[in-house]
Ligand binder design. Structure first.
Ligand code: NAI
Length: 482
């Protein structure tokens, strides 16, 4: 079956519905737009006219194409028949079920209903429908015309050919579609949880300030750090998504929401929209001060280990000896060790060494940016100089396992591995979803390939041993890859 020439009805002319109508009309579909609020569909069309005019003015769209797209959108004041209905109304199970009952009374049997729900089970939405096999999730991302990803969500009853037809249609619209099962958070909202959760854990443990966490993750290639991103999304919204994923997983403790965020919500410090969250607005995240350095002296330098971090040290210190078959990665400078985090604290490593020599652990340098977290065992005279010589701006934080970037990336990989284990998506789908749905600089499985499965598993095992909870348990899928 194909929906490529379908007449489309978009129900709900809000933020998402208007964007969906625009994309469908620009792909040559006739689009009827309905909203329960009188005048809302007309208003959405008027706003779309402005948006399209803006694109024409910027030279991104021909005037004729804009006029044609607009002419294809018809605001309607009642539900009408169509080959494909895309629902983007209020996020409420009963209201959506009510709409589907009304639609089924009106639509031909072969019509498809696609829901843009971001958090409700497609399986549950289909319950009570006459034709549950014709319901599928078509989860767009905001803003719809710009975001490339569409999660095509199959509920238990969804017919495979219906999911495939919606997948093909999204592709025709210039989107990247990924198949997923109807599980809490689907792909993106599930795999992304640790991006927020690890930052909140560090804040709860008073291990680092929000500006340090944000700077380090920005340096790792993320467009926004987790704290500024939560401020942008709104703590109420972000907390609600986390809570719903937690509840939907029968309160699996690895998804436990954070008291730090609960406090912000309780205070009404919701982020940008209320003028204050982690930061005050309009100022936003303060810049971290610059750091000067001098490379310390050492009689003996040894570069330990293999991989991209060891190579960076070797390039910076060409006269250093090499110990490729070492069980750690980094630089030995006389008695001191400057080590890539392996999930142990600097103090743990230092105590384990006979001479109690100084140890500094530094974060995973995924880079392009300079900020890099480090922690010391307490008796290190100049860790900053060695790291600065590699081009980093070293940022000291409390000596907790996995620092900032390493623990966050490891947990994103772990969550993605669990999603694959449970048949939510495949590896390619997880990578595409995270890059296109939330603009991650790489996909979880791309990071895994770069960093190495052994290192990721070792780090997670140590986090697990340190915190002794459910949060850091390793996905069987990830363990099997080592
Ligand atoms: P919105 O509040 O901007 O728009 C919803 C529209 O639906 C309103 O205009 C409202 O009048 C209308 N409406 C409510 N009940 C209706 C009914 N029974 N029949 C017809 N129209 C009705 O909401 P938004 O943000 O566009 O979200 C819509 C859906 O898309 C929700 O299910 C949401 O979870 C989902 N979604 C939202 C995203 C976002 O970033 N805002 C991202 C992805 C999905």
């Amino acid at each position: 079956m194909t929906l490529n020439d379908s007449r489309i009805l978009v129900v709900g002319a809000g933020l998402m519905g208007a964007g969906i109508a625009q994309v469908a009309a620009q792909a040559n579909h006739d689009v009827a737009l309905f909203d329960a609020r009188p005048g809302a569909a007309e208003a959405a069309k008027a706003k779309l006219a402005q948006t399209l005019d803006g694109l024409v003015a910027k030279g991104r769209l021909a005037a004729e194409a804009a006029q044609e797209a607009l002419a294809r959108i018809t605001p309607v004041d009642a539900l009408c028949t169509a080959d494909l209905v895309i629902e983007a109304i209020v996020e409420n199970l009963d209201v959506k079920r009510g709409l589907f009952a009304d639609l089924e009374a009106l639509l031909p049997a072969e019509a498809v209903i696609a829901t843009n729900t971001s958090s409700i089970s497609v399986t549950a939405l289909a319950r009570g429908m006459k034709r549950p096999e014709r319901l599928v999730g078509m989860h767009f991302f905001n803003p719809v015309p710009l975001m490339k990803l569409v999660e095509v969500v199959s509920g238990l009853g969804t017919a495979p050919e219906v999911a495939q037809a919606v997948f093909d249609l999204a592709h025709r619209w210039g989107k990247t579609a990924v198949h997923t099962r109807s599980t809490p958070g689907f792909i993106v909202n599930r795999i992304a949880r640790p991006y927020y959760a690890e930052a909140l854990m560090l804040l709860q443990d008073r291990a680092a300030r929000p500006e340090l966490i944000d700077a380090c993750l920005r340096a790792a290639g993320f467009r926004m750090g987790p704290c500024e991103l939560m401020d942008l999304i709104g703590h109420d919204t972000n907390f609600a998504v986390t809570s719903s994923v937690f509840a939907a997983n029968f309160f699996d403790r690895r998804f436990t929401p954070s008291l730090v965020q609960q406090e912000l919500v309780d205070a009404g410090f919701l982020g940008r929209k209320s003028g204050r969250g982690f930061y005050r607005y309009p100022e936003g995240a303060p810049a971290l001060p610059g750091c000067g350095f001098a490379v310390p002296d050492a009689k003996r330098l040894v570069v330990h280990g293999q991989g991209f971090v060891a190579e960076r040290f070797a390039a910076a210190f060409p006269h250093a000896e090499r110990q490729v078959l070492s069980d750690w990665v980094g630089l030995e400078a006389d008695r001191a060790q400057v080590r890539l985090t392996d999930g142990r604290t600097a103090r743990e490593i230092a105590v384990g060494r006979e001479l109690q020599a100084p140890v500094v652990v530094f974060d995973l340098p995924l880079g392009p940016g300079p900020d890099l977290a480090y922690a010391t065992s307490g008796n290190f005279s100049d860790p900053v100089g060695w790291l600065s010589a590699l081009g980093f701006a070293p940022r000291e934080m409390v000596d907790v396992p996995g620092l900032v970037v390493a623990r966050t990336i490891a947990m994103l990989i772990n969550e993605a591995a669990d999603a694959v284990q449970q048949g939510v998506c495949d590896e390619g789908g997880a990578d595409a979803a995270m890059k296109l749905g939330v603009n991650y600089p790489a996909g979880p499985f791309e990071w895994l390939g770069h960093w190495g499965a052994g290192a990721v598993v070792a780090l997670l095992d140590r986090l697990d041993a340190h915190y002794r909870g459910e949060r850091y348990r390793i996905s069987p899928y990830l363990r099997h890859t080592t």
